[in-house]
Design a protein around this ligand. Structure first.
Ligand SMILES: Cc1cc2nc3c(=O)[nH]c(=O)nc-3n(C[C@H](O)[C@H](O)[C@H](O)COP(=O)(O)OP(=O)(O)OC[C@H]3O[C@@H](n4cnc5c(N)ncnc54)[C@H](O)[C@@H]3O)c2cc1C
Length: 382
């Protein structure tokens, strides 16, 4: 019997596999795709803290994020430059391959084209019914970690429910001239309640995307045809990739012999929908808890509950603050967003941002903004 089956060879699943294999556990990763990274849809922005804390591979870094130019709905813009990089921009498919390679070197085994369709937990282990190249197979393990990204239906089978609230993340890769820094676009016509981005990755290639509650693909095509990008657009193959991103967490991320990590659990920043770092951090916690449960040979829900408690202690203040900001921002008119950009330009917001902004931890900035002018200002119609 295998010790742990990890379902999903995304970055979080592979980090999990690596950490568990480092504990000398026998780990099998089941991945539905033919090759790692095949269905990736991501800008690949990962904060510098993640690289330094988690010893992440650096071979897939394409660029760095330092200066950001933010455009309000009227075109008014502000440049924010903290003078040093906040984040690295990776090729996500290559990054996931590097993560899998590290796990493999530590002893984890990968099985590609293995689509897990069903899960059964009994007194001795977990059975995963899996569609493989050679037909339907059942894999057995003592425990199982679900790292499937958002939306795997069989998670409901172990009584962990569903995350209903989600947002569309749509993206294209295109050749665009004159993009030196990351550009962010705000406004109800561009990305209602959210934002759009242009991220340069070298050789004039850019990732261009946006988040939206609905009509994501349509809004992105309008942005590409609009005055900001059309004059600079050199080449785009017409492909738009879209994915749903959870905006909330599973109410429970553990069951007997089972843990859920990463986007599948909803471990995603509510502000930006970035999920790589939070998922990796939670994988660290999950590996510790699972490691302990192997030492004690106890895989009960009560033992594994420590994982849920520990990650929520770290992430929940962030997720709650992000929800508050998203709620306020979604009610703002374009005039108010423009006024906020002006305010940021001429008032004291930039020094405040300099003081408390952190790429991965937004709650201190959100609470500082709310304590300052944002709340009263937003109430004033513009
Ligand atoms: C347009 C867009 C841009 C983004 N940009 C960023 C960004 O810049 N920075 C950031 O931090 N986050 C970003 N995100 C979010 C980020 O991509 C996710 O949070 C991250 O991929 C989550 O990693 P994961 O390993 O949990 O899941 P995934 O990366 O989704 O990996 C899940 C894996 O499980 C496999 N799988 C799924 N179901 C099954 C099954 N039943 N059986 C077997 N295998 C299965 C999938 O094929 C996949 O390989 C972005 C998202 C979108 C949509």
């Amino acid at each position: 019997m295998i010790d742990v089956i990890v379902v999903g060879a995304g970055c979080v699943g592979s980090h999990m596999a690596r950490l568990l294999a480092e504990k000398d556990l026998d780990v099998l990763v089941l991945e539905k795709d033919r090759a790692i990274g095949d269905s990736v849809n991501c800008s690949g922005i990962i904060g510098v803290e993640a690289f330094s804390k988690l010893n992440l591979p650096v071979g897939s870094i394409q660029n760095h994020l330092q200066k950001i130019k933010v455009f309000g709905p009227s075109g008014e813009s502000i440049v924010y430059d903290p003078k040093e990089p906040w984040a690295h921009i990776v090729n996500r498919a290559s990054f996931d391959c590097e993560m899998a390679e590290k796990a493999g070197k530590n002893g984890a085994t990968y099985r590609m084209e293995s689509w897990v369709e069903d899960i059964e937990v009994d007194d001795d282990g977990v059975s995963l019914t899996t569609q493989c190249e050679d037909g339907l197979r059942t894999f057995r393990a003592k425990t199982c970690v679900l790292a499937t990204g958002y939306g795997a239906k069989f998670i409901r089978k172990v009584g962990l429910g569903n995350i209903h609230n989600c947002i569309q993340g749509v993206q294209v890769e295109a050749v665009v001239q004159d993009v030196e820094d990351v550009e962010i676009y705000l406004g109800n016509k561009i990305a209602p309640g959210s934002f759009a981005w242009v991220v340069p990755i070298g050789n004039e290639r850019c990732k261009i995307g946006l988040l939206a509650k609905e009509r994501g693909g349509e809004l992105l095509r309008e942005l590409l045809k609009g005055p900001y990008l059309a004059p600079r657009m050199q080449d785009w193959d017409g492909t738009v990739k879209g994915s749903l991103i959870p905006m909330g967490t599973l109410s429970k991320t553990f069951a007997e012999r089972v843990l859920v990590v990463g986007e599948a659990a909803g471990q995603v920043k509510i502000t930006t929908a970035g999920g790589i770092y939070y998922g990796l951090l939670c994988a660290e916690i999950a590996a510790e808890v699972l490691g302990r449960s192997f030492q004690e040979n106890n895989f009960s829900a009560e033992t594994l509950a420590a994982y849920d408690t520990e990650w929520r202690k770290i992430l929940e203040p962030e997720l709650n603050a992000g929800m508050v900001l998203r709620k306020i921002y979604s009610k703002m008119s374009d005039g108010q967003v423009d006024a906020l950009i002006k305010l940021a330009k001429y008032d004291g917001i930039v020094p405040l941002v300099n003081k408390v902004f952190h790429f991965d931890w937004h709650a201190p900035l959100i609470s500082a903004l709310l304590k300052n002018q944002l709340k009263s200002w937003v109430k004033t119609p513009v």
